[in-house]
Design a protein around this ligand. Structure first.
Ligand SMILES: CC(C)(COP(=O)(O)OP(=O)(O)OC[C@H]1O[C@@H](n2cnc3c(N)ncnc32)[C@H](O)[C@@H]1OP(=O)(O)O)[C@@H](O)C(=O)NCCC(=O)NCCS
Length: 328
């Protein structure tokens, strides 16, 4: 694919969009050695597995070292398609299930749910997951995107850049928060005990996952849509209680601390209601954010300058004498 819209700064024309979608299907299969790796690794830590498997992809990509614009765009599309395959393949294998090849007629969201669960989602479930993925796709200079940019700005390759990003995403202050949210919701017996725990945590100055944001002082606009999805999917799958508890927690945190829900708060109950295993919530964030990371990396290459902040040293006095180790 030569100059396409994402590289040109305009919306794609019909033929360009069709070609992009086609390539996102064609690039889905992952190299055999990566499947073998997924078969052998410990079952319990999908984000570690994803970070390593994404990094491994570069070893089997014949254009890994080609840093032309076209090659980088192709690698971006491979990464978008294959990150999803890595997550679902790993989950199937760790549960002793057969890997499902996928259906070329399904888009990324529906195919993800199909290759994860073995069931094709109905329209509502597909749309809910598609909206959730879209809402997570990009978000300015969040920590993981910045990490990707820093790596790309050294003119390192795109695989290294997104591997840095995955490492940054997994932390509980960033993408890891969605898993903490669902664990908090599931630990509560009912709404009253949930609120009691919230009050205790706040009085001890312990942070509540899914609340607060470095940039937003109003509601995170993504949370508005995810709240509605959580309610809709929860009703359909019998997990309305999670939505109700979430709503009560949201009101209490707002009242006591003035903090708003962020993207991770309602995505947690939405993913759980869609039947997604808890430890895949953050990997799913990566599946979606891969589009944002790679777009940022391509942009960085287009107009690159090394990102190298200066340190403002505020440590111990700088006039200390050096003392030989035996005399310290
Ligand atoms: C996202 C986050 C890291 C932003 O942090 P930040 O911009 O550095 O904000 P601060 O940590 O300086 O917080 C400012 C105040 O709000 C409080 N606060 C922030 N987030 C809070 C939370 N989730 N629960 C309780 N209090 C919180 C801080 O304790 C601090 O209170 P204080 O002034 O009384 O000391 C932070 O809100 C957080 O840790 N949230 C929970 C994890 C999460 O959901 N991450 C996903 C983000 S999309």
């Amino acid at each position: 694919m030569k100059g396409t819209a994402s590289m040109c700064g305009r919306l794609p024309r019909r033929a360009e969009l069709d070609e992009l979608k086609k390539s996102l299907v064609e690039f889905r299969p992952i190299p055999g050695p990566v499947v073998d790796f997924l078969r052998l690794v410990p079952k319990g830590s999908p984000m570690d597995v994803l970070r390593t498997a994404v990094s491994m992809l570069s070893l089997y990509d014949p254009i890994a070292r080609d840093s032309s614009r076209e090659a980088n765009f192709e690698k971006a599309r491979k990464l978008m398609a294959q990150t999803a395959t890595i997550v679902t393949t790993f989950d199937r294998l760790r549960n002793g299930r057969e890997v499902i090849e996928g259906d070329p007629k399904l888009g990324l969201a529906a195919n993800f749910l199909y290759t994860l669960t073995g069931k094709k989602p109905d329209e509502v479930m597909e749309r809910a997951f598609d909206v959730a993925l879209t809402l997570h796709a990009d978000h300015e200079f969040n920590a993981s995107t910045f990490a990707a940019r820093v790596t790309a700005a050294t003119l390192s390759d795109i695989y290294s850049a997104v591997t840095s990003a995955i490492g940054a995403l997994r932390g509980p202050l960033h993408g890891g928060a969605n898993e903490d949210v669902i664990r908090m919701l599931l630990a509560a017996e009912d709404v009253d005990t949930a609120l009691q725990t919230i009050r205790e945590r706040l009085s001890l100055k312990v942070k509540i996952p899914g609340f607060g944001h470095r940039v937003y002082r109003t509601e995170d606009p993504r949370a508005t849509h995810l709240r509605a999805l959580s309610e809709e999917v929860g009703k359909r799958t019998g997990h309305e209680n999670l939505y109700r508890t979430s709503k009560a927690i949201e009101e209490t945190v707002k009242e006591l601390k003035g903090l708003n829900a962020n993207v991770d708060f309602y995505s947690a109950s939405t993913y759980y209601s869609l039947g997604i295993p808890i430890d895949l919530f953050t990997p799913i964030f990566a599946v979606s954010r891969m589009s944002g990371w790679t777009a940022h990396v391509l942009e960085q290459y287009r107009n690159n300058r090394l990102i190298r902040p200066r340190a403002d040293y505020i440590g111990k006095p700088v006039d200390q004498a050096w003392v030989p180790i035996e005399q310290r």
